[in-house]
Design a protein around this ligand. Structure first.
Ligand code: SAM
Length: 309
């Protein structure tokens, strides 16, 4: 059977579930349903709602979940989860999972254009109906915007060098494929970086993917809204793979877990802020050494769990 995506920290997540048999759980990043096939076993009389914006993921997940009748799969961006719930007449749920970023299937399918390791069109869209592609970003964004994207989303220290070379190349011919772009990146970087494990294009490709799919935009707002639609005792699980992403999750969780947020030194509380969450783990949970060895994609994963109070 095809390995679509190996679910990361599956045991850590299922061990922390507090679901009752008739609860409702929303997997906001369904992927290959690696987590969902286990989660659904905890809610035999409840309902699992699986959201993904990638049709290939929904198709694969549908097969994995075919023996369960209490599943609803929806093609959508999880930023629109409220309308998904509203359409199903569901006001509150008992759990959310966000396993952010891309699936192994997306990365490993050359035609999707996510990886510098394979030759494919510069695409990188999770949702194939979306207009913006990596080709547009690489060939039409201004030099300043590209530098900003590589620095912020890719934490790429050679952003200036890489973007200068991209701009030089695109003046003569459009950059169409992942291999062309990777060559342009390798051409301008010090040889020691090019030969370093992980590959020279890794950070640039990550940055472009985040921009194409607007992965960070609206995450904070979505998390706040999800907390609002959790039943008491319901849990939200967020797994991130990028420090910016994890910082957003940490900040939202911390804010919602705080009581008074008056400026320090305020003699009497005037904000009236009440905690809505209890943090299940103060520090992010990381994959075990064994998982990191067997599944290198788990090495950068950080899992935060919080409970509605
Ligand atoms: C890391 S994979 C999830 C893997 C899944 N947990 C499993 O074990 O099979 C992330 C999935 O979320 C989807 N995705 C990422 N951002 C999304 C968003 N904003 N809205 C909907 N789906 C999203 C991607 O298309 C991808 O299929």
């Amino acid at each position: 059977m095809e390995i679509f995506h190996k679910p990361i920290m599956l045991k850590e997540i299922t061990d922390a579930l507090t679901l009752k048999p008739s609860d409702i759980f929303v997997d906001c990043t369904l992927g290959g349903a690696g987590h969902s096939v286990e989660i659904i076993k905890h809610i035999p009389n409840g309902r699992l709602i699986g959201i993904d914006k990638d049709e290939e993921a929904l198709k694969f997940a549908g097969v994995q979940l075919k023996n369960f009748s209490n599943v609803t799969l929806v093609k959508s961006d999880f930023k629109n989860f409220e309308s998904v719930l509203d359409n199903l007449n569901i006001e509150k749920v008992d759990g959310f999972l966000l396993d952010l970023g891309v699936s192994s299937h997306q990365i490993d399918t050359a035609e999707r254009g996510f990886s510098f390791r394979f030759d494919g069109p510069l695409d990188m869209r999770m949702d194939k109906n979306q207009e913006l592609t990596a080709f547009d970003v690489v060939n039409t964004y201004s030099k300043q915007d590209l530098i900003k994207i590589l620095k912020i989303y890719g934490e790429e220290q050679f952003a200036n060098l890489i973007v200068n070379n991209i701009v030089k190349h695109r003046q003569t011919a459009l950059i169409k494929t992942t291999k062309e772009l990777n060559f342009i990146i390798e051409q301008c970087l010090p040889k020691r970086i090019v030969y370093k494990s992980g590959g020279a294009g890794k950070k640039t490709f990550q940055a472009l993917r985040i921009e194409v799919n607007q992965e960070l935009a609206g995450l904070e707002k979505s998390l706040n809204k999800m907390i609002g639609r959790l039943n008491l005792g319901g849990r939200i699980f967020v797994m991130s793979f990028h420090s910016l992403e994890d910082r957003i999750v940490k900040t939202v969780f911390k804010f919602n877990a705080s009581g008074c947020i008056c400026p320090p030194g305020t003699p009497v509380c005037i904000c009236g802020h009440k905690p809505k969450l209890k943090l299940i783990n103060r520090k992010p949970i990381t994959a075990s050494q064994e998982e990191q060895t067997t599944n290198p994609r788990s090495t950068s994963a950080k899992l935060r769990i919080a409970e509605k109070i």
